[in-house]
Ligand binder design. Structure first.
Ligand SMILES: *Cc1c(COP(=O)(O)O)cnc(C)c1O
Length: 378
């Protein structure tokens, strides 16, 4: 059968903003300025405001954003080669690649079966004298943040790096303050991705670092520009990880719509939540706060080894799905057998059960309800 409900068609993500995007592209093309400049400055100001952080630095992509943070901490003498960084085992491989790229050691820990995000108790158990940081990943858009994580970082003097690639616009409750804090300002430094499929996507690769630490911000900015603090003066052996002004201009248009885009995702998630009633299928926890989870993915669990069969039956009925991710990073050929970690039963179980339903801009609330009914009837 023809696909009636595609998993994601990116044309839908940009169609509503076509006039603004065209105008912004024309402005950049006519400006004669194709590296850095006011388009990047404006986007960085918008992102700092959106995340309530002091500094935002536009970079080439999300993996580079993560890599630059880890490398900057090495240059600052906070991390050293061989230090260990704790990371959830259920994540996209980029989280781990950023750590090993700088010569540090990613230590994957298991996740909580309900949130599918880092399990603070598992993280505590993995701490060794070499542990210098925790990379928390707000996977699927759900805030991976609690008071245990904060306490642990405080007690062991660990830096907290947030992988916000799937979490723009999210906010988490923080112990000790009366209210919430934006993803990107929860820990010591945060990385964002604007890969086209993310909640806010550029029209190509793009990413960003946010932080309230001026030294870190300056170090990241220098590292991303050949390690130079001023023209033809190189203080680090850096990289070229700059964001293109064309992408900066596209993002300045799209960042303004972050809250609306996330509210639409919440409405689709709510439609799934209210309609899916199926033995052997577990739906994700639904919170009333729109920002606890920005629903980058709507990930159900299909129990008893029926996931792949369910996926096929859905496709037969015209529903495209995806799996995020079929193989956890510690079992990928590039890491298998070479990482220090304890048993990771929850992550390994989840990789055989998880199934992502369509929740992107091309899926309406009505579509979500129809997909849920199709699933109920399988
Ligand atoms: C997408 C993603 C990244 C990497 O971002 P890119 O822009 O694709 O390099 C990192 N971490 C997570 C959790 C992601 O989903």
């Amino acid at each position: 059968m023809k696909v009636k409900y595609p998993f994601l068609d990116l044309r839908h993500a940009n169609e509503p903003y076509m006039d603004e995007l065209m105008a912004a592209a024309e402005r950049v093309i006519k400006s004669g300025r194709y590296i850095g400049g006011t388009e990047i400055d404006a986007m960085e100001d918008d992102l700092a405001q959106l995340t309530s952080t002091k500094y935002a630095i536009g970079v080439s992509n999300g993996l580079d954003a993560l890599k630059l943070i880890v490398r900057a901490y090495v240059e600052m003498g906070v991390f050293e080669r061989g230090d260990e960084i704790i990371v959830p085992a259920n994540t996209y491989i980029a989280s781990l690649l950023a750590i090993s790229d700088a010569g540090l050691v990613p230590v994957p820990v298991d996740v909580d079966i309900r949130s599918m995000n880092i399990d603070s108790r598992a993280a505590e158990t993995a701490i060794s004298p070499s542990t210098k940081g925790i990379m928390t990943v707000h996977l699927y858009g759900r805030m991976a943040w609690d008071s245990e994580l904060m306490d642990m970082a405080g007690r062991h003097n660990l830096k907290i790096i947030e992988d916000c690639a799937q979490a723009i616009g999210g906010r988490a409750t923080v112990a000790g303050i009366n209210g919430t804090v934006e993803a990107g300002g929860l820990g010591d430094a945060a990385a964002f991705s604007f890969y086209p499929t993310k909640n806010i996507g550029a029209l190509g690769d793009a990413g960003a670092v946010t932080t309230n630490d001026r030294v870190l911000a300056d170090t990241v900015r220098a590292l991303a520009n050949y390690g130079s603090d001023r023209r033809y003066h190189n203080i680090y052996r850096g990289y070229n990880c700059r964001m293109d002004p064309l992408q900066g201009a596209m993002l300045a248009v799209k960042l303004r719509h972050t809250a609306d885009e996330n509210a639409d995702r919440f409405a689709r998630a709510l439609a799934y939540h209210r309609t899916i009633r199926k033995d052997g299928v577990v739906t994700p926890e639904m919170s009333n706060a729109v920002t606890d989870n920005v629903w980058h993915q709507y990930v159900i669990r299909v129990l008893d080894g029926h996931r792949d069969q369910m996926r096929e039956r859905l496709l037969d009925a015209g529903v495209e799905t995806d799996i995020h991710y079929p193989t956890p990073p510690h079992l990928q050929p590039c890491y298998a057998g070479s990482l220090r970690h304890g048993p990771l039963p929850v992550t390994e179980q989840l990789s055989g059960e998880i199934l992502s339903l369509p929740i992107g801009p091309g899926t309406s609330v009505k579509d979500a309800a129809e997909i849920a009914e199709i699933l109920n009837n399988i």
